[in-house]
Design a protein around this ligand. Structure first.
Ligand SMILES: [Zn+2]
Length: 240
């Protein structure tokens, strides 16, 4: 939900206005057609139908749920905006209500830029005022930002197979590490020379515990308890 303006050259604002007609063929994609229908609905309901249809696109963005972009040009101290584009990410498993909130969030940015209002920040007093008002009047839950880490992707990510090195040290401590397969041979050799290592074993697993771990290329690992070590090594597939 970032407001980004690309500094590009474009004709002055006035001459751009009449160019906001739907692009032929754009509605061929049923998903984009749904986005256009939602835009029309909220434009009429919330913005008195005064926003011209911008470019609308669906993205697979992971770091932002929506974006409003446009070109900016300053002539004789007067800044004008053109080529508005609103994109909404379909990467996350959002409900229709949540997707509509994302779209309306971007429509607020668009409305501010289009009508030439000035705000004191990307989500400044003007933005928040409009957002609060819309949330109250229409029972919406539009937010300034959404933590994308708290929401699931629409399509579950394919499980990642990890190569795991399990180490028992002579002092009793135990380590688990996810190893870059390209480094396994070299690490195996260095293990033979590592005097502090009592025993080691290689495993293959799709367990989520390892999928978030960095894949190491040297003898490094996460120190774990003996119980956890035993539990994990029982679950994983031993490699000979
Ligand atoms: Zn925003």
């Amino acid at each position: 939900m970032t407001f980004s303006i690309k500094k590009l050259f474009s004709p002055p604002f006035r001459s751009q206005r009449k160019e906001y007609t739907p692009i032929p063929g754009r509605q061929a994609n049923p998903e984009t057609a749904a986005l256009l229908a939602a835009f029309d609905k909220y434009n009429a309901l919330i913005f008195d139908g005064r926003l011209p249809v911008p470019r609308l696109r669906l993205s697979k963005a992971k770091t932002r749920l929506g974006q409003m972009a446009c070109k900016r040009k300053t002539v004789r101290g007067r800044t004008t905006f053109s080529d508005y584009c609103i994109s909404v990410s379909t990467y996350y498993a959002l409900t229709q209500e949540q997707l509509d909130d994302v779209l309306i969030h971007e429509m607020i940015h668009y409305s501010i830029a289009y009508t030439g209002l000035r705000d004191n920040a990307p989500h400044g007093i003007v933005f928040r005022g409009m957002m609060d008002n819309i949330n109250r009047r229409f029972g919406r839950h539009i937010a300034v930002s959404v933590n994308t880490r708290s929401i699931r992707p629409r399509v579950p990510q394919a499980p990642r197979t990890c190569l795991v090195l399990a180490l028992k040290m002579k002092n009793g401590s135990r380590y688990l590490s996810s190893v870059s397969p390209a480094s396994a041979g070299r690490l195996e050799l260095s293990l033979l020379r590592a005097g502090e290592v009592e025993s080691h074993a290689w495993y293959q697993t799709e367990d989520e515990y390892f999928s978030s771990m960095p894949r190491v290329r040297s003898l490094r690992g996460r120190k774990v308890s003996a119980d956890f070590f035993d539990e994990m090594t029982r679950k994983m597939k031993r490699m000979e």
